[in-house]
Design a binder for this molecule. Structure first.
Ligand code: FMN
Length: 197
């Protein structure tokens, strides 16, 4: 009996650390790029009851920081340092995006939206994505801001193209966010992008 319990505990811990495989990003559909640029805007009137599908989340993460050519990303990075990390904050958990495998790894469970928001609409929005930089890979603020800003703009354009609402935010509670995301000392949040309908 004891052996069975130990085996069960082992299986449970393996399952708990397994990453969620996201649907393959869709590279067709949407609208012409020039139309998406024309429609890009910040929206804060996000319905707390709205949701973002796993397919949309996968497309959005790919647009922000997916792999394109030669192990490179949708965004250029100074000296190819690739310092960006995306954390996905939902009403139930916080996960880290792994662009190589198109997976999400849970880093914290619970509702941490209040920790990533100083504005009410973000506390109730279905999805927040933290744009985090690895300062050990890139320590120059102007390069970090370029990378995170370009990824944010890609998310804005994807949202415009499919009719999602979004706004990027820099007004943040950094210590609370670092705790909620369980950030190591070398990782720093630059912005959080709020998304919904
Ligand atoms: C770096 C940056 C930080 C921002 N921070 C916030 C923020 O904390 N809260 C917010 O509601 N909007 C924030 N915004 C959104 C701006 O208010 C918005 O982009 C601006 O009003 C222009 O509107 P538009 O995006 O619709 O063109 C931020 C935008 C940028 C680029």
């Amino acid at each position: 009996m004891k052996k069975i319990l130990i085996a069960l505990a082992l299986i449970m811990s393996v399952l708990a650390t397994q990453a969620e495989v996201l649907p393959r990003p869709q590279f067709t559909g949407g609208m012409p790029l020039m139309d998406a640029m024309r429609l890009r805007l910040s929206s804060r009137d996000i319905d707390p009851k709205s949701s973002v599908t796993r397919q949309e989340l996968s497309n959005l993460l790919w647009a922000a920081w997916g792999i394109t050519h030669d192990d490179k990303h949708t965004v250029a990075t100074a000296m190819n340092r690739q310092e960006l990390i995306l954390y996905v904050i939902t009403p139930t958990e916080v996960s880290r995006y792994n662009p190589d495998s198109n997976t999400l790894t849970v880093v914290n469970t619970g509702d941490f939206r209040a920790d990533c928001a100083r504005q009410d609409f973000a506390v109730t929005a279905p999805l927040n994505i933290a744009l985090v930089v690895d300062t050990a890979k890139q320590d120059r603020p102007e390069f970090q801001a370029y990378t995170a800003g370009a990824a944010s703009q890609n998310m804005y354009l994807y949202c415009a193209a499919v009719g999602l609402k979004t706004v990027v935010r820099a007004m943040l509670d950094h210590p609370a966010l670092a705790t909620a995301l369980k950030l190591p000392a070398n990782e720093r949040v630059l912005y959080v992008q709020t998304i919904g309908r």
